[in-house]
Design a protein around this ligand. Structure first.
Ligand code: DSN
Length: 424
């Protein structure tokens, strides 16, 4: 392909992708869409500039307006998360977690977190699995115990594990609450003393639930005992792809230093401007939005359950967040089902169930699928539409209907939901 043909082809692919997503039902729990104002910020001149350092102490000239935006962003983030201190420079959730590891641990330290099959994120993974905490920061990752039925951290077993680690001379210096499969608030309050009493810093990865925390519909980690919290700004929080760390004033210097010069040089100023706009949107519309996200997740879970899917945690209403986990082992495997739904323009992701590895399943063909309702909520869908989504999924997965027929109906259905809600 010539240079110009490659150029044209890239443009064509971008347009084809946009069109496809406008005709699809987006149910990936870690995704969302940002407002037109945020998208405009992403294309602004801020994206061409450098601003290393803290506002007012930059390494470059030309930062007059950038500094003002960043100071606004800091104020808004502190307000939304009721935090004494914020650093909005980490450029992603992964980088935000690395800032926490750098600020609060030394290589070789023990860190506790959920394992990946139990919903943990790759950033909290062990070295042998290539996880960020183990492979990049050199931490010895030990697991928090998960109660499979409750889909939440088991307080009693975790407490025992901490005591055992202390007697083995492996006292954890950091625990990371939070997860990528995160249907219920984690027991920070119940475990805060257990960790603090052994000198362990309590971290919380709010990547998935930041929008729900800001909307005051989920737990408030800092109030419940967390020392520091990392964010992604683009999952339930509906900004551009970026990160942030919030904490208490007493930890501000070590976090600032870990971020710069530790983890970022430039901090993607176009994204920072987008985050600032999204924070203002969240402040104005976040309570209504986050309540509807959770209502939709519960309604989707209930509707899927009623049409015949095995949605986990039925006995506790399936979820208190944006995410639900479905066991699809009776229908096949998560990988095949993900591909089948994609052909019908229903975009979900396959997911390990906590017991999958033990039962010999693999992340390519796991026993589960994960669904999230943030993006469909932003598109204006409510509880009644969740029944339509469950019906589409039933036709593909349970009835084996031709994907092309369902795709046609999904495309027609999506035409009613082209406007973005919860923005100015
Ligand atoms: N892997 C992403 C998720 O889907 O949860 C987070 O980075």
């Amino acid at each position: 392909m010539s240079a110009f043909e490659s150029y044209k082809e890239t443009t064509r692919l971008l347009q084809a992708h946009e069109r496809w997503f406008q005709e699809s039902i987006p149910l990936i729990a870690s995704e969302n869409v940002s407002s037109p104002a945020v998208r405009e910020a992403l294309a602004s001149d801020f994206g061409h500039r450098y601003a290393e350092g803290w506002p007012g102490e930059r390494v470059y000239a030309g930062c007059t307006y950038i500094d003002e935006v960043e100071l606004l962003c800091l104020d808004l983030v502190k307000k939304l998360f009721k935090a004494e201190f914020a650093d909005v420079r980490p450029i992603s959730g992964v980088v935000s977690n690395l800032v926490i590891y750098t600020a609060f641990t030394n290589p070789g330290d023990t860190m506790m977190a959920l394992s990946i099959p139990c919903g943990g994120h790759i950033t909290t993974g062990k070295k042998r699995l290539g996880g960020t905490a183990g492979a990049v920061r050199g931490l010895d990752v030990q697991y928090l115990a998960l109660d499979y039925r409750e889909l939440n951290i088991d307080v009693e077993r975790t407490e025992k594990r901490v005591r055992k680690l202390v007697t083995e001379g492996k006292t954890p210096s950091l625990v990371m609450f939070g997860a990528s499969v995160f249907p219920f608030p984690h027991p920070i309050k119940e475990l805060a003393d257990v960790f603090h009493d052994v000198g362990c810093t309590i971290g919380y990865d709010a990547a998935h639930v930041a929008g729900l925390i800001a909307g005051e519909i989920f737990q408030d980690p800092l109030k419940e005992g967390a020392d520091v919290m990392s964010l992604s700004t683009h999952k339930t929080f509906f900004g551009p792809q970026h990160g942030s760390v919030v904490s208490w004033e007493k930890f501000s210097e070590q976090i600032k230093r870990a971020t710069f010069p530790g983890m970022v040089s430039n901090h993607h100023l176009h994204a920072l401007a987008g985050v600032t706009l999204a924070c203002a949107e969240m402040l104005q519309f976040g309570k209504d939005y986050s309540r509807q996200v959770v209502k939709n997740a519960k309604a989707l879970a209930q509707a899927l359950h009623e049409v015949g899917f095995k949605v986990l945690a039925e006995h506790k209403g399936f979820t208190e967040s944006h995410v639900i986990l479905v066991d699809v082992t009776e229908q096949g495997d998560g990988g095949t089902i993900e591909r089948g739904l994609e052909k019908a323009n229903i975009i979900i992701n396959r997911n390990l169930l906590p017991w999958d590895i033990r039962e010999g399943r693999h992340f390519m063909n796991p026993g589960g699928i994960r669904l999230g309702t943030s993006e469909v909520t932003r598109l204006g869908m409510k509880e009644s539409e969740m029944k339509d989504l469950a019906e589409f999924m039933k036709r593909v997965v349970l009835k084996g209907e031709n994907s092309a027929t369902v795709k046609h109906d999904v495309t027609q259905f999506r035409k009613e939901y082209s406007k973005l809600h919860y923005c100015f």
